[in-house]
Design a protein around this ligand. Structure first.
Ligand code: HEC
Ligand code: HEC
Length: 249
């Protein structure tokens, strides 16, 4: 049996343990109040407070933008820079046009709410509450007027083994051999981690890999007119997505 399969069993076992613990906790009498700001705690889906499967849309008003700008200046600017310009190796760009087009409000909400476990992106849910997170998203939307991209969210059809080769030859240089991101390379983000892959849809991945992240070193791999160091066919893009999904950690 390979180490990976054993590790898979161990992880599944640990997860089962956690679930049991959660169940046990639920059965305890509701004695002590939770430490965090209770109003901000979710109902329904743990990251959004919405019934699962429902997408959040954030209302953008002048008041929300102003509130979000203040929250951003206090909590986000140190890593993501003024107006989301990003600091390579510290915080990715948030104002890139292709990023804002591909990232749904729901994806942004979940990411900010939960953070990216294993990276320096902290979870903001308990600090900012739903209201604060929606305000910061409204502020992010005010940076650029972009049409939401049409995403192809169909299931991934790629071949993970073929994708492994593409990943090692092209992506690993910036994202790290294990996809650990900044911790490995000080350059690309942690695209190998479950914390990212569990929130990023196939449509988001396809769009960013194909069209890149404008104004960052993440170049468009699907576009033949871009410098032809490594252009990828749709099939190769599918393969690398299958590889990432199969190896999320
Ligand atoms: C201590 C540094 C730090 C702070 C403070 C921080 N972030 Fe981040 N953020 C990061 C890093 C690092 C990542 C990328 C992690 C990875 O490798 O996946 C990230 C990722 C993100 C992403 C996903 C971007 C993408 O390319 O997918 C969003 C959205 C985001 N942060 C929003 C925020 C907001 C809003 C705040 C303030 C409320 C904030 N961050 C505060 C470090 C930070
Ligand atoms: C030249 C360096 C470089 C190479 C090569 C590269 N990337 Fe990136 N990639 C980046 C950087 C840098 C970012 C984050 C940009 C930023 O700072 O905002 C990124 C971001 C991404 C994101 C968005 C992650 C997020 O947090 O939202 C995805 C997905 C991605 N890359 C996939 C790939 C894949 C797949 C490959 C290989 C085909 C690849 N990248 C090759 C530098 C690179």
């Amino acid at each position: 049996m390979s180490q990976k399969i054993i590790a898979g069993f161990v992880t599944a076992f640990l997860l089962m343990g956690c679930r049991d613990q959660e169940r046990d906790q639920e059965q305890e009498p509701a004695g002590e109040a939770p430490a965090a700001n209770e109003e901000s705690l979710p109902e329904g889906d743990p990251a959004t407070g919405l019934p699962s499967g429902e997408m959040r849309t954030v209302e953008v008003t002048d008041a929300k933008i102003a509130q979000g700008a203040e929250i951003y200046a206090r909590n986000c600017v140190a890593c993501h820079a003024e107006e989301g310009a990003g600091r390579l190796g510290t915080g990715p760009a948030l104002n890139s046009a292709t990023f804002l087009a591909a990232a749904s409000d729901d994806f942004l909400f979940r990411t900010i709410y939960r953070g990216r476990s294993g990276t320096t992106m902290p979870p903001w849910g308990a600090v900012l509450g739903r209201d604060g997170i929606e305000a910061v998203i409204a502020y992010m939307r005010s940076w650029r007027d972009v049409e939401p991209a049409e995403l192809d969210d169909s299931p991934s059809t790629g071949d993970a083994e073929a994708g492994a080769q593409v990943f090692r030859q092209i992506c690993a240089a910036c994202h790290g051999n294990s996809g650990a991101g900044y911790q490995e390379t000080s350059n690309g983000t942690a695209i190998g981690r479950a914390a990212f892959l569990s929130e990023a849809s196939n449509g988001y991945l396809r769009h960013i890999i194909k069209h890149g992240k404008t104004n960052t070193p993440m170049r468009p791999f699907g576009e033949p007119e871009a410098t032809a160091v490594a252009n990828l066919t749709d099939e190769q893009i599918e393969n690398v997505i299958a590889y990432l999904r199969a190896n999320a950690w």
